[in-house]
Design a protein around this ligand. Structure first.
Ligand code: CP
Ligand code: NVA
Length: 308
């Protein structure tokens, strides 16, 4: 049987998410559990990372296992060793693989050729570990994730796509404000809207950040140029003018609106410094929660358990 993986949020059955979040909360309160004793996990990075790398490396350590970090440049990946071969070889040493990469097909190919579970540590299309953490952070602060209004301000990028998938799975009301030409993935959007026929909620897309933020309980944003889009940064800065999450925009949200940013942030571009460092921001709790949710995800895929 193929081991379970976590390539997108939909890979965890929707009914198992509450237990996964409960487990993350337990692990937050009880840091050193040894459920991964004797197990090794490869963390493979084809793009830069601070949070994903450190939270998974520390997370595996705290669970009693051993993490091996590889970068493309420091491994044979940059010399062109196929991802299929890397999958087979790492499966012989490790009990799980986390991959941060470019196209989603690369993480899917890794999973197809691995005989151990694979976790998507960010691709161009999805960032499921981060949005799982964001939902956990909302639940921790507000006690629930449903019945809230969510706003996404900015690029229709990997984070936006995973938020859209979450809205489909959990029946959330999500309003996205993206400039013309920078909307989210059409297939992911269609699939999430189809899913909402059963789960409820709504997903609307506008080019007006004020409309998207109106009454929102949770306001999220992210950089305007993601990793791999460095050459487009200047053009994007122009296209995204007016999409900054500033104090005036937050004022349009619910009175105690939460502001989320997966980080790293560019203060003065997608978010002002006073908002990121101000009372509405949960960015720092959110960053810490990557550790606890990452551990619960590791247990879910490696141990076939979500609670206990
Ligand atoms: N939020 C996030 O994934 O951060 P890193 O790029 O530092 O891993
Ligand atoms: N959208 C960003 C997220 C970084 C964590 C990127 O892909 O660079």
């Amino acid at each position: 049987m193929k081991p379970r993986g976590f390539l997108t949020l939909g890979d965890v059955p929707v009914e198992q998410w509450p237990a996964l979040f409960d487990r993350a909360a337990y692990l937050k309160a009880h840091r050193n559990q040894t459920t991964l004793a004797g197990k090794s996990v490869a963390l493979v990075f084809e793009k830069a990372s601070t949070r994903t790398r450190v939270s998974f490396e520390v997370g595996v350590f705290e669970l009693g296992g051993h993490a091996v970090v590889l970068t493309s440049q420091g491994s044979q990946i940059a010399r062109g060793e196929p991802i299929e071969d890397t999958a087979r070889v790492l499966s012989g040493y490790c009990q799980g693989i986390v991959l941060r990469t470019f196209g989603q097909e690369r993480v899917a190919t890794l999973q197809r050729h691995a005989s151990v579970p694979v976790i998507n540590g960010l691709s161009d299309q999805h960032h499921p570990c981060q949005v799982a953490t964001d939902l956990f952070t909302v639940r921790e602060k507000l006690g629930r994730i449903d019945g809230l209004r969510y706003a996404w301000i900015g690029d229709g990028n990997n984070m936006a796509n995973s938020w859209i998938e979450a809205a489909g799975l959990f029946g959330l009301d999500l309003q996205l404000a993206c400039p013309e030409g920078f909307g989210p993935d059409a297939d992911i959007l269609r699939a999430a809207r189809d899913r909402q026929a059963r789960s409820g909620g709504s997903i609307t897309i506008t080019s007006d950040p004020k409309a998207a933020a109106a009454g929102a309980h949770v306001i999220s944003t992210d950089v305007w140029a993601s990793m791999g889009q460095e050459d487009e940064a200047a053009a994007r800065k122009k296209a995204f003018a007016g999409y900054c999450v500033d104090a005036a925009l937050v004022q349009r949200g619910a009175p105690d609106a939460i502001v989320l940013h997966c980080l790293p942030a560019h203060r003065g571009e997608e978010i002002t410094g006073d908002v990121l460092d101000g009372p509405h921001s949960l960015a720092w709790v959110q960053a810490e929660n990557r550790l606890h949710v990452g551990k619960a995800i590791l247990e879910h895929v490696l141990l076939d358990r979500v609670s206990g």
